[in-house]
Design a binder for this molecule. Structure first.
Ligand code: NAD
Length: 496
């Protein structure tokens, strides 16, 4: 049995714990490996190594740190298919989808290589006579990241490259469900020239996360995962006076205007709602049809019927299995609740199997209409291939519906009207908006800007905000005397 190592002080090491969690292929329940719950001593060793390494790493010139990121991005590209295949096995994504997971992480590493310009401070000459003020962005120290199961390459890569290129050291606690991908990312990081000790990986669940939340040397924590856990991590981390950014759950709406291009709208909607088995925080789970666009539901239903899940190397499979039997059961319960609470189930994917992989956690595409805001189907994050259709008369009503949602991760509008698009993007209370783009995840020169109940914190992930999150600004006011004339005590706070 493969035992997933910890990574402490630049060494892959076997845990001495007696607690191990199975890493399971969700397409057939094969146990691929076991991941340890790190002991207290191992977690302490990771903290110690991160603190020690910070003392020297912070003084490595930023251009040298950036060069490691350039090499790392290239290595990730060289190993793109290999990384995607690991994701396929431990998470069940289709090969193309897994490649997308890796690619969107590579883009963040490329952006991390721009650290020298992103870390530029500000200067003003002559703020007072012969006095200049300038600022630097300096690293914080030890930072940490806690990642979810659904993007085992992209989300760790949102975090440690940005933190480390800024001069911090980093402790990663990956999802216990799919740790094999992050461990391969770490091996390649070392191959790219990252010195020993800049990155540590500890595995585990709540007890290991609690150690991070309470550890005085950890200055900033980046979390991505569910709302409940994110709220807990944000509350406990900030109560311990740490910086915390928590990207959490979502319920994303796509608004369809009657003037939209019908075929493109429907095909985008199908992919955005059931793609990746619905396990995307920016996927669409509610379609809001405005006016006569409601007549398009029959076409949507027809397209849903052409889509089916399957195993990663089945070229005709639209998406893979759900991550665990428990996640599948949760989705089936929400589908059942939708029917009980009066929604119309046009297509029910509850009873779905894939030939030869009958043990997989399959859920077929599921389509509901007549959904109301009181239903659990609408209120809960389903995180499965289930789309709820709602009908409104006007764009104003669609905007009001979305603004009343507690979530604010992503939304999109499909229309041919610039005026409608302008109104929507201005009035909508959601942090990431697509205009005829179904899943508007920003590229990393911007930041990932979820709002409302989808994000707790201040500075967002990656981009300029990511650099601010992982740095502290030091402002220097300087004067150089040109003479040596006694002036008596200076009792003023004013610069002169
Ligand atoms: P999760 O919250 O169950 O787990 C995330 C991480 O937290 C894992 O590393 C896990 O080990 C740890 N964890 C779990 N329970 C904990 C606890 N009680 N205390 C401390 N740590 C704990 O999330 P998940 O199921 O892995 O991922 C899916 C969720 O992530 C969805 O809600 C999805 O919307 C969200 N997500 C959000 C974004 C975003 O950018 N907003 C991106 C991806 C995923």
């Amino acid at each position: 049995m493969v035992k997933v190592p910890l990574y402490i002080g630049g060494e892959m090491c076997q845990s001495t714990t007696s607690e191990w969690i199975d890493v399971v292929n969700p397409a057939n329940q094969e146990v691929l490996a076991q991941v340890p719950c790190a002991t207290d001593a191992e977690v302490d060793a990771a903290f110690k190594s991160a603190q020690e390494t910070f003392k020297t790493w912070k003084d490595v010139p930023v251009s040298e740190r950036a060069r490691i990121m350039m090499k790392y991005a290239q290595l990730l590209k060289d190993h793109h298919d290999e990384l995607a295949t690991i994701i396929c096995h431990e998470l069940g994504k289709t090969f193309e989808d897994a490649k997308g997971d890796v690619w969107r992480g590579i883009e963040v590493v490329e952006q991390a290589a721009n650290a020298p310009s992103m870390m530029m401070g500000e200067t003003v000459e002559n703020v007072a006579r012969k006095i200049d003020t300038y600022s630097y962005m300096q690293p914080l120290g030890v930072c940490a990241g806690i990642t979810p199961f659904n993007f085992p390459a992209m989300i760790p890569l949102w975090m440690f490259p940005m933190a480390i290129v800024c001069g911090n050291t980093f402790i990663l606690k990956p999802s216990e469900q799919d740790p094999l991908t992050p461990m391969r990312l770490v091996e390649l990081f070392e191959e790219a020239g990252a010195p020993k000790g800049v990155l540590q990986v500890i595995h585990g669940t709540k007890p290991q996360v609690d150690r991070i939340l309470d550890e005085p040397s950890v200055r900033a924590i980046s979390f991505v995962g569910s709302c409940g856990v994110g709220e807990y991590i944000y509350s406990r981390g900030t109560a311990n006076l740490k910086r915390v950014q928590a990207c959490v759950g979502a319920k994303n709406h796509m608004v369809i205007m009657p003037d939209a291009q019908k075929d493109r709208t429907i095909s985008n909607l199908v992919g955005a709602s059931v793609g990746a088995a619905g396990q995307r925080c920016m996927g669409i789970s509610v379609a809001v049809f405005v006016g006569q666009s409601k007549d398009w539901v029959s076409e949507l239903e027809a397209q849903f019927k052409t889509v089916r899940p399957g195993v990663w190397n089945d070229a005709d499979a639209a998406y893979g299995p759900q991550t665990t039997p428990q996640a599948k059961q949760r989705i089936l319960n929400l589908i059942a609740s939708g029917k009980e609470q009066g929604a119309t189930c046009l297509i029910d994917g509850s009873d779905c199997t894939v030939e030869g992989f009958e043990n997989g956690n399959w859920v077929g595409p599921t389509l509901f209409t007549d959904v109301t805001t009181e239903m659990d189907l609408y209120k809960e994050e389903i995180f499965g291939p289930v789309l709820a259709c709602m009908f409104v008369d006007t764009l104003e009503e669609a905007i009001e519906l979305i603004n009343n949602s507690p979530y604010g991760n992503g939304t999109s509008l499909f229309t041919a009207s610039g005026a409608a698009a302008r109104k929507f993007q201005h009035e909508i209370e959601v942090g990431q908006v697509g205009i005829n783009v179904p899943i508007p995840v920003p590229l990393p020169f911007f930041s990932f800007t979820g709002w409302k109940g989808s994000f707790y914190g201040d500075q967002h992930t990656y981009g300029k905000q990511g650099v601010r999150f992982y740095t502290e600004t030091k402002t220097i006011t300087a004067r150089w005397f040109e003479d040596d004339i006694a002036t008596g005590p200076n009792m003023s706070i004013n610069l002169r």
